[in-house]
Design a protein around this ligand. Structure first.
Ligand code: MBD
Ligand code: FE
Length: 306
């Protein structure tokens, strides 16, 4: 009886078959996840039709490029942030601006400007004009000159350039280098919230879960400077109906910003402003970096894949 086996015997063979080489770490992670799935199938009495419908869904999810949307919606992205916050706490690191999830829509290599930039130039947007300004600081409150502020946000349809073929390359994506006082500022149009694409593998799952797929209005940032820890974060616009009900669980209390309405354009002429506008003030505080890699302005995937 060499090839007949029960569930436990099959699992043991799946998890111990090893011809040599490979990676201990991958074996450990695979053993745990496969074991947990075997158990879930048995405990929940998952039927073959359910299993294969799930496999089909995963194939379509990958083909549609939505894996990063599902990780956010099922809380994994926020989980990793919570775990990093916990590790910082254990290490006794000085607190900076809270991190917030990168999301799946970052694109590296946006056009660079010194000090300030008009993000919505030529974008023909409908939306309230706003300016966001502030400083990049270290944890002692010292301004950081020549820091990188990489900003990206959605257009008035809640869509992001690069992923939306209707938008020009790098639309609403810019890099700003802070001035000698560590200041940055930019003008743009306030984005609306984001909603997951309808009729997609992601929306299928969320419909089946009875969940919505909305994010509150937000603006993303990757802030970095030599010697300081690169920070990926977002600000959420106060007053959005989904501010405390983000499908990606990314809102953080200290990242909710108010838009000060009706600010005079005096002093903001270089941003093309002649009418009163909305102003958001926000400083970014960066923790000290413990090594050079921590200060590199890398996306999560660039960091992971080297
Ligand atoms: C977004 O705009 C976003 O920021 C995240 C995290 C997930 C989906 C869309
Ligand atoms: Fe986003």
């Amino acid at each position: 009886m060499k090839n007949e086996m029960n569930q436990a015997e099959l699992l043991a063979r799946v998890n111990t078959s090893h011809q040599g080489g490979g990676s201990e770490r991958v074996r450990a992670i695979s053993a745990r996840i496969v074991g947990d799935l075997f158990k879930a199938i048995d405990d929940l009495d998952i039927q073959p039709d359910e299993f294969w419908a799930g496999v089909d869904w995963i194939s379509r999810l990958g083909a549609s490029g939505q894996a990063g949307l599902i990780t956010a919606g099922l809380g994994f992205d926020r989980l990793l942030d919570i775990r990093q916050d916990e590790a910082d706490e254990r290490a006794g690191l000085a607190k900076g601006t809270p991190r917030a999830i990168e999301g799946p829509l970052y694109v590296a290599g946006a056009p660079s400007f010194k000090g300030e930039v008009v993000l919505d130039e030529g974008a023909d947007l409908k939306g309230d004009v706003f300016v966001m300004e502030g400083q990049v600081l270290d944890t002692h409150g010292k301004p950081v000159p020549h820091a990188l502020v990489d900003v990206w946000h959605a257009n008035d349809h809640g869509r992001y350039s690069h992923f939306d073929p209707a938008q020009p390359a790098y639309n609403l994506r810019r890099r700003i280098e802070t001035d000698a006082q560590g200041r940055y500022r930019f003008r743009s149009c306030l984005p609306p919230g984001y909603a997951i694409p309808p009729n997609s593998p992601t929306s299928e799952l969320f419909t089946a879960l009875g969940r919505h797929g909305n994010r509150p209005a937000h603006v993303h940032f990757l802030v970095a400077a030599p010697g300081l820890r690169a920070l990926t974060t977002q600000v959420n616009i106060s007053g959005d109906p989904f501010i405390h009900d983000d499908f990606a669980f990314a809102t953080r209390d200290d990242l909710i910003v108010e838009v000060q309405k009706g600010v005079s354009p005096a002093g903001y002429e270089s941003l093309g402003l002649t009418q009163p506008f909305g102003l958001v003030r926000f400083n970014f505080t960066l923790q000290p970096a413990r090594d050079e890699d921590e200060s590199a302005p890398k996306s999560r995937m660039a960091r992971a894949l080297g």
